[in-house]
Design a protein around this ligand. Structure first.
Ligand SMILES: [Zn+2]
Length: 732
């Protein structure tokens, strides 16, 4: 720079003075590499677990978090990590990097002022900061002069445990407390062990400090997990929640580091260990022996991944993240790192920690070790349901095949899973008192199995309820296929009605307005009867019959059920039609009387109710034939309030001032997340802020916990409300 080139600006003096003001970091090109590239030159010492130059290749799970911190589109990086995976190092190296290459005001918070000061004195300043290239030169720049020789500012650069003062930035270091989060605006905010602040609101206040830097701010949240729903958890839920995956050394299938993961066939993948006379003599763990038997089992190929440094290194080398949530805020990324991420930690030590925690819990009712195990080793937030030490559904022996004199209705509730590859079903009988008995619960594989279960328990078409939350139209098509035209005697007349499976859908709305015949409005926890038309059959061949909603109210003696032969007597009464709706054709043209309608609903026993309407030839029991006959194609449809229905279900489940809610016994082990008991405890009630900033309550699924039976039973409660067992008004 000493000899101006021929094409330099005319006034060399102007140029130099401009450069002096702007290029304050010195006469050098800005560094464009990743944070971990810069950090390779840092010779870590003092309190750091791995001493010497930082090598990101040994901890590949840190690569993506570091990249996110440099990504110009990312504003918030959340690293939820187990202990001993070196997560705090992310903050330490990031701070060195920003001081050196991207200065801006920094607020760096951890559990409290004392701990923060100690960390600075004993670890960060001597072991990292002072060893980072180019940094001490900045602190040692002549007082009052910029390192580049620029204008004086009159400040003294200083390096103290609570504050760094540098030419282009300052850093404030302390505990996450009221005093520290009310400081001036900051471009960088780092919160270490954020989970410790519980539900204090301090995380939000700290983040709010970055408000002046909407496009350049960086927030880094690091630490283990705390408790479901705490402030740290709320931030985590805003992110894309990326899970650390590895590739199986045998089959190369990517999979998350799950401690235990159940396959569809009921077998387990993940951490495995032997339970035998050597590892568990006399029912007590020999921790060293059981640790020796530890290995990991691939979810895909089921082969053993042995517990040795070579295989663990192979896993490390294939580490990458997969986002588990597509609808997170784009500028917020989250990385979940369980302890297996660290190749230096043996599987055996993880198994030991787990079994110790389980034993304390099981044998001594001492729960804390297990809680800590989830939070510290799995980096999963604690919730009291996590261990399945939860109320089993109330169980009294009862015979599902014998008649229950009080039985008023019998429902089949079906929860449909993605692509209709899996169905979860509950059959439940209910008395008018609200007392109910579960008669069956099953996982099913296709619609035919649903129909078979219906036939097995002699359930009327209109008492089958399908969750229409997923692919509503396809569900509606199935509802129509499984319908029939039946005859009800009203007074002296025989009337034809259309009966089919009913669609239900949970709603975020709290209540729904209903208006009675007199125009009086009231609020209920389910919506008004609506219809879905899946458009099956041509209009000219289609007839529309009145739908008879399964309301109680009409005198039963006047009605004959058009029902499944062989149904238990108690369920054979009519579908309880209010007289006001007994107007056939009210919903459409008057029904003609095709032969097909005459024998509606008559089905051979033991055959699936796939036939919509029996044809005179009796050949319409298959799907194709069913499509050719005239059908009344509309499907009744109700929405129900998730919040209120699940509140009621919770009380039934816990027997908290609720009618008896009997269920079949659950023989599954406590650890089985697919068990009925676990599924019935798969959601928790939580308070959240809605779009308008109002606090509302919701039922929220616990991550990685199947909740299908819970959904089925919620549908049961919704149906009880629809048929009037729950919430019927006196006098109606
Ligand atoms: Zn494999």
């Amino acid at each position: 720079m000493s000899a101006p080139a021929a094409n330099a600006p005319r006034s060399t003096l102007d140029t130099l003075s401009y450069l002096a003001e702007s290029l304050t970091a010195g006469w050098e090109l800005p560094f464009r590499g990743e944070i971990y590239d810069y950090a390779r030159a840092i010779d870590l010492q003092n309190g750091y677990a791995i001493k010497g130059p930082f090598e990101v290749e040994k901890s590949r799970y840190l690569i993506e978090p570091f990249q996110a911190l440099r990504n110009p589109y990312v504003r918030q990086v959340h690293v939820r990590k187990a202990v001993r995976v070196g997560g705090s190092l992310i903050a330490d190296l990031f701070v060195c990097y920003i001081i050196r290459w991207d200065p801006g005001e920094l607020l760096w918070l951890s559990q409290d002022d004392d701990a923060a000061g100690k960390y600075m004195d004993e670890r960060f300043i001597p072991g990292c900061l002072k060893r980072a290239p180019g940094i001490m030169e900045m602190f040692n720049a002549p007082v009052g002069r910029l390192p580049s020789g620029g204008a004086a500012t009159g400040r003294n650069w200083s390096l103290q445990r609570k504050q760094f003062l540098l030419p282009l930035m300052s850093a404030q270091i302390g505990g996450l407390n009221e005093g520290n989060v009310q400081s001036l605006g900051r471009r960088y905010v780092i919160i270490d062990e954020a989970w410790m602040s519980g539900q204090s609101g301090l995380i939000n206040q700290a983040i709010a400090r970055t408000g002046d830097y909407p496009y350049t701010k960086k927030i880094l949240i690091v630490g283990q997990a705390g408790t479901e729903g705490d402030d740290e958890d709320q931030q985590w839920k805003r992110s894309n929640q990326a899970e650390l995956n590895f590739k199986c050394p045998h089959c190369h299938k990517a999979q998350p580091y799950e401690f235990s993961r159940k396959r569809d066939d009921g077998s387990w993948a993940g951490m495995r260990w032997d339970t035998n006379d050597i590892t568990c003599p006399n029912g007590r763990w020999n921790y060293d022996r059981v640790a020796e038997s530890a290995r990991y089992e691939c979810f895909a190929c089921r082969r053993r991944i042995e517990d040795n440094s070579i295989t663990r290194r192979q896993l490390n080398d294939s580490q990458h993240y997969i986002a588990t949530r597509a609808d997170g805020e784009a500028s917020i990324v989250g990385f979940h790192i369980p302890q297996e991420a660290n190749a230096d930690i043996s599987f055996g030590s993880l198994v030991k920690e787990y079994l110790y925690a389980k034993e304390q819990d099981n044998e001594y009712a001492y729960r804390l070790p297990l809680q800590l195990w989830y939070q510290k080793y799995r980096a999963i937030p604690w919730n009291p349901n996590l261990t399945m030490d939860i109320k089993r559904a109330i169980y009294e022996p009862y015979d599902v095949v014998s008649t229950w004199p009080e039985e008023a209705h019998r429902f089949l509730l079906v929860d449909c899973q993605k692509d209709f590859k899996e169905f979860w079903a509950v059959v439940r009988a209910v008395a008018l008192s609200g007392e109910s008995r579960q008669l069956a619960r099953r996982k099913l594989e296709n619609w035919d199995e649903v129909a078979k279960l219906q036939a097995e328990f002699h359930i009327k078409d209109q008492m089958v309820f399908i969750d229409g939350g997923y692919e509503q139209t396809r569900c509606a098509e199935e509802c129509v296929k499984h319908g029939h035209v039946g005859t009800i005697t009203v007074g002296r007349e025989k009337k034809k009605f259309w009966f089919c499976w009913t669609l239900l859908k949970g709603s975020a709305l709290g209540t729904f307005t209903h208006t009675d015949a007199n125009g009086i409005k009231d609020q209920r926890i389910y919506g008004r009867l609506d219809f879905i038309d899946p458009n099956i059959g041509k209009a000219k061949t289609r007839q529309v019959f009145a739908y008879a909603p399964p309301f109680p109210g009409a005198p039963r003696s006047t009605l004959h059920a058009p029902d499944v032969p062989g149904a238990p007597r108690s369920t054979l009464h009519a579908p309880d039609v209010p007289s006001s709706s007994l107007r056939p054709g009210r919903e459409g043209p008057q029904p003609a009387s095709p032969a097909s309608a005459e024998s509606g609903g008559q089905r051979g026993q033991g055959r699936g109710p796939a036939a919509v309407v029996a044809s005179p030839q009796g050949q319409s029991r298959d799907r194709a034939a069913a499509m050719r006959v005239p059908v009344a194609a509309r499907v009744p449809y109700y929405v129900w309030s998730n919040l209120h229905v699940k509140d009621i279900l919770r009380r039934h489940r816990d027997q908290d001032h609720a009618p008896k809610f009997l269920s079949l016994p659950d023989e599954s082990p406590d650890t089985d997340v697919w068990s009925y008991t676990a599924q019935m405890n798969s959601e928790i009630r939580d308070q959240v802020y809605d779009d308008r900033g109002r606090k509302t309550s919701i039922w929220r699924p616990i991550p990685r916990r199947p909740n299908h039976y819970w959904d089925c039973e919620a549908m049961f409660i919704a149906v009880c409300a629809i048929v009037g067992i729950i919430g019927s008004q006196p006098g109606t």
